[in-house]
Design a protein around this ligand. Structure first.
Ligand SMILES: [Zn+2]
Length: 572
């Protein structure tokens, strides 16, 4: 391909609204252009790289025995109502009406569609296992699209759905996908960490996410360097700290704390009550009733864990008015001590780290007052103890006791073992060996293809631009003749090397623009072609050309050995 005949609008300046390196580089290297927030056009080079990621995904899915299909993006809401996901996912669904005012939606995923297909076609265990996948455009009503392709309204995903007759077989399907994912990201040149993940509203049994460590990532990973434990922050556990016994027999005492409404304020003079000696009281509304969530003062609530404990995501923080009506105090003076509750009890969910805690301080349910010497098990009626807190860096690993670390990451893939939620709801049933009807056991597996492309750039770049791994580079080699006069020895050699590399299946772009060498070099570094071959009159007089791997050092090679050297570098 000749540069002059394709379309590569590189930019010298960084567009103002691009916040992270990969987003800036996608725009500057002329790979994508923004239509409006969360919607992008892939330009020729960007599309070439995207197709390569897709092809790697396709090859590895095929190798793992998954079958490619293509489902409609437009879906009827009825199947979402049947699966029970319509309400839960309502906020992120793009919904639209046809001319008859009938409602439709644009799919963010396809569990309902594929399960409907399987329900109509599969009836015997002999037809299982099956795993169907597609590479397709998805839609998500993002409240705040940002970071380019990372969080967009429209994006390309590979989604796969496995159907098995037994739990053991479902486990094998899950493992196959997990292994395929590891190979896919490795072939894309990405370093990923698989982590345990929360199954969330997908209703899963267990799941893993594939994370790309990056300071700009929107996910957080809790990990242990000693034993290898790694989990998404929503799922991560830490060992519950031992409560220190202090004044176990002291009686509760009410004391005035005028104007004090935060844990931090109570930790300051004149009170000097450390956060870990305070009880944090949160009030939530569950099925129109108030519940209390208790944590140690220095801990944060993990709402994903609370959802797991409550068995639903249909809850929310109570408003100040709702709280005052029930507890007679405002946030900042709340507590769960039975004697201070109007009705004597409210359902209390307490974090494990508070178990056995004594000598604690909490709100008195009276504005401007707190209680000290509170013993959790003596003075409160806890309905359920559970792990509710967000794991923090420095806490002990629940597996080995060593300190945990936390780092940011980009989620590029997700594998779930779903169980029978969808197959039961949508009738994907089969007859087992004994002739008994059973729901198929499902798994679902997603890769954000457009997000993976950007994650590669986020991980592989330097101050000059992108450093494409060869496997996904838009072109593997850029040939840069320093003079482009037709029939000049420089141009003749450039065309010859281009033709020879092409005959070996190497994708080459020939920079035939009448630009200064400096401009051409800057552009090729910015775009990040893995190898650049510069041909100038001076070096050619010595029978040499200059070969520069994007991430390596420039070497002069004999012009008749250039092709062999490039093939060697590319492992062709
Ligand atoms: Zn550990």
């Amino acid at each position: 391909m000749r540069w002059s005949q394709t379309f590569i609008p590189t930019l010298k300046e960084t567009p103002a609204d691009a916040e992270i390196p990969s987003h800036k580089l996608l725009l500057r290297a002329g790979l994508i252009r923004k239509l409006t927030g969360g919607l992008y056009t892939f330009l020729p080079l960007g599309l070439r790289a995207l197709r390569k990621v897709e092809q790697i995904v396709r090859e590895e899915m095929d190798r793992a025995g998954a079958l490619e299909v293509l489902m409609p993006a437009l879906q009827p809401p009825e199947i979402w109502q049947r699966s029970g996901r319509y309400q839960a996912a309502r906020e992120v669904l793009f919904r639209l009406q046809d001319r008859a005012k009938r409602e439709w939606l644009l799919g963010p995923t396809h569990e309902e569609v594929i399960t409907t297909v399987v329900a109509g076609e599969i009836s015997s265990y002999r037809q299982l296992p099956k795993n169907f996948y597609q590479i397709q455009t998805k839609f998500r009503d993002e409240i705040r699209p940002r970071f380019g392709l990372m969080r967009a309204k429209e994006f390309i995903m590979k989604d796969a759905y496995s159907f098995d007759a037994t739990d053991e077989a479902a486990q094998i399907s899950y493992r196959k996908m997990y292994d395929a994912y590891a190979r896919i990201f490795q072939r894309c040149g990405l370093k990923t960490i698989p982590v345990e993940a929360d199954a969330g509203v997908m209703g899963g049994k267990f799941s893993h996410e594939f994370m790309v460590p990056a300071e700009t990532g929107e996910s957080e990973v809790v990990y242990c360097e000693d034993c290898g434990y790694a989990a998404n922050i929503e799922k991560a556990t830490s060992a519950a700290p031992k409560s220190e016994i202090r004044n176990p027999k002291s009686e509760i005492e009410k004391f005035a704390t005028p104007g004090v409404v935060t844990i931090e304020a109570l930790a300051q003079p004149p009170y000097h009550i450390p956060a870990d000696r305070q009880i944090k009281t949160l009030v939530y509304l569950l099925e129109s009733k108030l519940i209390l969530i208790l944590l140690r003062g220095d801990h944060q609530l993990n709402e994903a864990k609370l959802a797991g404990v409550l068995g639903t995501t249909q809850f929310r923080a109570a408003t100040a008015e709702e709280i005052y009506a029930e507890l007679g105090a405002h946030p900042g003076s709340l507590g769960g001590v039975a004697a201070t509750l109007k009705s004597g009890t409210l359902p209390i969910y307490a974090d494990e780290a508070l178990r056995g805690a004594v000598g604690m301080t909490t709100g008195a349910n009276e504005d401007g007052f707190h209680l000290r010497n509170v013993s959790i098990e003596r003075d409160l009626v806890v309905q359920q103890w559970a792990d509710l807190r967000l794991a923090q860096a420095g806490e002990a690993c629940s597996q080995c006791g060593r300190p945990l670390k936390v780092r940011r990451a980009i989620e590029v893939g997700h594998v779930f073992k779903l169980g029978t939620k969808y197959s039961e709801a949508l009738g994907a049933l089969f007859l087992d060996e004994e002739g008994k009807q059973q729901p198929a056991i499902m798994g679902c597996y997603g890769i954000g293809v457009t997000r993976t492309l950007q994650a590669i750039i986020e991980q592989c770049n330097d101050t000059d631009g992108i450093i494409w791994p060869v496997s996904v580079a838009p072109y593997a080699v850029c040939i840069t003749p320093l003079t482009v006069t037709a029939d000049s020895p420089v141009m003749i050699l450039a065309e010859k090397i281009c033709a020879e590399l092409s005959s070996h299946g190497v994708e080459v772009i020939l920079d035939d623009r009448e630009e200064r060498p400096g401009v051409k070099f800057k552009d090729s570094e910015l775009i990040g072609f893995p190898i650049r071959i510069a041909i100038g009159e001076k070096s050619l007089a010595k029978g040499e050309v200059e070969l520069k791997p994007r991430a390596g050092t420039l070497v002069a090679v004999k012009s008749d050995g250039a092709v062999a050297r490039v093939l060697q570098l590319l492992h062709v």
